[in-house]
Design a protein around this ligand. Structure first.
Ligand code: ADP
Ligand code: NA
Length: 340
């Protein structure tokens, strides 16, 4: 019933890293071959935590530059920033009224980000998952490539879609949309790098906000920095195993093998077939080579694009115009269905 359509987003909140690339952006690029895709710089999500306006503005361009540098083609797909398409916020309000307090209360990301001082978290941070549901469903997108950390938010998106379809079943049918207006969107959490871990601590995910710069490889890092960070990455004293089972209780080794696999479009088993028995000093040297080969051209292209902000703004403006047409169709229908 629903045409296959891919949507995903990245927040412009600093330090785009290898986890964002392997878990999300690299997969966005691949999806373009088989699907119509909409990729969004989710700037309204960013301000759920205060952002310096000038820095936010720069980061919006930087994430866009990363999309383009990685190989997303804005002439064939849609690349834009969320705040330029007001239907996201409009639909989010409807979804705030569909979702239940209990659903939002269960979100582990809110608990992590709000920390102990929950009384002092923004209402927007609490409402974040309903805006995310709106981002996706305002295009009635069917597939969302994301990292593992977004699984729970995608479940909430499906719950919101289902409850809207149920609560307004009669009106949806009367307006000619059959028995469901919104699709039950599927998360695409696949490949060896759905959860890239910190290089300093195998129990924490690689994240933009980790205070240790050595915990992550940033997309803007130069070759020497990448090499240093990989050489300093935490490991254990054993050589690499030759089977993936041997990685189970070795999170740091498992993470480096997963990163190698994802960077070379291989599986961990393939990496261990070639490197099983190797010491980390040797394996890390190979990992530096593949990481630099893959990431340096992207960093270079990002620098080139960032030198011409006018071009990036044009891409975002054109993408937003295309997105607005689609979002307005959905929002017009939602208003009819709800009775506005
Ligand atoms: P972050 O989680 O770094 O603040 P976002 O929330 O903007 O960044 O996430 C952008 C995309 O990157 C999402 O699809 C998210 O699941 C993915 N992602 C973030 N961190 C990682 C990671 N360590 N490993 C794999 N994917 C990740
Ligand atoms: Na995230």
């Amino acid at each position: 019933q629903f045409k296959e359509l891919v949507f995903s987003g990245v927040q412009p909140t600093g330090n785009l890293h290898l986890g964002n690339y392997l878990g999300a952006i690299k997969r966005f690029v691949t999806m373009q071959e088989t699907h119509d895709c909409i990729y969004c710089v989710v700037d309204m999500h960013a301000i759920t935590v205060w952002q310096d306006p000038k820095e936010l503005n720069r980061q919006i361009r930087e994430v866009t530059a990363a999309f383009l540098a990685a190989g997303i083609d804005p002439s064939k797909h849609i690349v834009f920033n969320q705040s330029q398409v007001s239907q996201h916020a409009e639909l989010a309000w409807v979804f705030n009224c569909i979702a239940r307090m209990g659903w939002a209360n269960r979100m582990t990301q809110f608990k992590e980000k709000a920390g102990k001082d929950r009384e002092n978290a923004s209402v927007g941070l609490f409402a974040y998952p309903m805006l995310m549901a709106a981002d996706i469903l305002v295009y009635r997108a069917t597939h969302v490539p994301v990292g593992e950390d977004q699984k729970q938010h995608l479940e909430l998106t499906r719950d919101v879609a289902q409850k809207f379809n149920n609560d307004y079943a009669e009106s949806i049918a009367e307006h000619g949309f059959g028995d469901a207006f919104f699709p039950l969107t599927e998360p695409l959490i696949a490949g060896p790098a759905t959860r890239v871990m910190s290089l300093r601590d195998g129990s924490k995910k690689m994240s933009k906000s980790d205070p240790s710069d050595y915990s992550r490889i940033n997309l803007t890092d130069d070759a020497d920095t990448i090499a240093q960070k990989i050489r300093k990455a935490k490991t254990d004293p054993e050589p690499l195993p030759s089977e993936v089972e041997g990685l189970k209780t070795r999170p740091e080794a498992e993470n480096l093998v997963a990163i190698y696999a994802a960077l070379t479009d291989a599986q961990p088993a393939d990496v261990l077939r070639d490197h099983g028995g190797a010491q980390f000093s040797g394996f890390k040297a190979s990992l530096v080579d593949v990481a630099v080969a893959k990431l340096s051209p992207i960093a270079g292209e990002m620098r080139r694009l960032m030198a011409d902000p006018g071009h990036i703004d044009t891409v975002l403006g054109e993408g937003s115009a295309k997105a607005r047409v689609l979002a307005a169709q959905t929002m017009d229908a939602v208003k009819d269905i709800v009775g506005f």
